[in-house]
Ligand binder design. Structure first.
Ligand code: FAD
Ligand code: DHB
Length: 393
């Protein structure tokens, strides 16, 4: 089997890259370890930056998004029993879009299948080879295709944090920068009407909480919990009780309860592997970097990476120049490190740290108070939250 670009992973990064390349007449084959059903039902991110929506439009997969997504002009944060609104649109002229990551994935898979471009689900023993020479390939096997050697010009490693691509790069090539946080998020999706129009982030003595949503009948909520917390320690009544407690403020608002359709515990980590390239293997999205979810940046960064990669590959194939491929890692890392800082900062601002540090608590409070009272401080938050512009869009 032969193609121009072999894409490992059918998450948002791999699927979006495939669509962007298709739009530029570049062939690709996608190889995914899990089933289509699994990929389409993995509940994760929900906040899309303006630039990510523009990229989905560019890829021709934004029709359903424009019909069903919720556009938010601001969000709120709660501390000391008070609520404050960050007017994203007023401060930056930009809004955010609430649309589930699994809906983005469904739209991208539908577009991929409609185009007739290959995607191999449930691929086993995926290996990437030869990327430091001129003859890269991806080996895998599936029930339908048997043992496959996929020869290609380039490999895009879009296989997430636990994928094979990053680990296939020889020792010593990558520098790893990492921070693991002493807490996790318990996330639920509930069959409940979102009883407030915008997202609410809460800093509370018992820990962080977040009210979000997916549709007029689905609420998404998160609670800070200890790392490696077991889900069976959290029966429904405890989850709702804690959400009510942490999201409460003087306005008396409370989230509406409903059947819990999905629940998960997600660890919190900051991670960057650099450079994001080794020979003809290019890492994109969570395969190269992780942010804690507080700033809602992970999916958006993945989209930004593949935008840069699609432009660089287009220049290679159309004009025979590799300058953009050579600049790929540096171009992406500039945005990655901005988002790493923002996500670390928002995480540090809103969570309770277990060691009980009164100095840190006072700093958090001072910063929250500043955000609530200074336009300049709110603007810095808003500009980062809506996302910095993507070059060339
Ligand atoms: P992934 O989505 O991880 O996709 C990688 C794909 O590769 C998967 O389909 C996987 O099955 C496949 N794969 C793995 N190994 C192999 C292999 N060996 N061979 C072949 N395929 C393989 N981000 C935001 O922007 N906004 C948010 O609001 C937000 N909220 C979040 C909330 C939570 C609770 C969590 C956990 C994450 C959140 N994120 C958010 C982060 C976001 O979900 C990720 O950054 C995003 O999924 C990254 O996309 P990706 O395509 O790089 O990786
Ligand atoms: C959601 C997730 C986030 O990490 C965040 O910061 C805001 C919203 C969500 O899943 O809706």
């Amino acid at each position: 089997m032969k193609t121009q670009v072999a894409i490992v992973g059918a998450g948002p990064a791999g699927l979006l890259l495939g669509q962007l390349l298709l739009g530029r007449g570049i062939e690709s084959v996608i190889v995914e370890a899990r089933s289509r059903d699994y990929a389409e039902h993995r509940v994760r991110a929900g906040v899309l930056e303006h630039g990510t929506v523009a990229l989905l439009e560019e890829a021709g997969v934004a029709d359903r998004l424009h019909r069903e997504a919720l556009v938010h002009r601001g969000f709120e944060f709660t501390f000391d029993g008070r609520r404050h609104r960050i007017d994203l649109e007023g401060l930056t002229g930009r809004c955010i879009t609430i649309y589930g990551q699994q809906e983005v994935v469904k739209d991208l898979i539908a577009a991929r299948l409609a185009s007739g471009s290959p995607v191999h689900f449930e691929a086993r023993d995926v290996r990437v080879e030869g990327f430091q020479s001129g003859t890269p390939s991806v080996r895998f096997s599936t029930l339908d295709a048997g043992e496959v050697k996929l020869e290609c010009d380039f490999i895009a490693g879009c296989d997430g944090f636990h994928g094979v691509c990053r680990d296939s790069i020889p020792r010593g090539v990558l520098a790893i920068h990492e921070r693991v946080y002493p807490f996790a998020w318990l996330g639920i999706l509930a069959q409940a009407r979102p009883s407030r129009e915008e997202l609410v982030y809460a800093n509370h003595d018992e820990g962080f909480a977040l009210f979000s949503m997916r549709s007029p009948s689905l609420t998404r909520l998160y609670l800070q919990v200890p790392p490696d917390e077991r889900l069976d320690a959290w029966p429904d009544a405890r989850i709702w009780g804690e959400l009510h407690r942490r999201l409460a403020a003087s306005d008396g608002w409370q989230p509406e309860e409903g059947d819990i359709l999905e629940r998960m515990v997600a660890p919190m980590r900051s991670f960057v592997a650099e450079p994001m390239r080794c020979g003809r293997l290019f890492l994109a999205g969570d395969a190269a970097h992780i942010v804690p979810p507080t700033g809602a940046k992970g999916l958006n960064l993945a989209a930004a990476d593949v935008w840069v990669l699609s432009q660089a590959l287009a220049r290679h194939y159309a004009e025979g120049h590799d300058d953009l491929l050579d600049a790929y890692s540096q171009t992406c890392l500039r945005r990655v490190w901005r988002a790493e800082h923002f996500s670390w900062w928002m995480t540090s601002l809103l969570h309770r740290f277990p060691e009980g540090d009164s100095f840190r608590d006072r700093l958090q409070h001072a910063q929250l108070d500043y955000l609530a009272s200074s336009r300049a401080a709110a603007l810095v938050l808003a500009e980062n939250y809506v996302g910095l512009p993507l070059a060339g869009l």
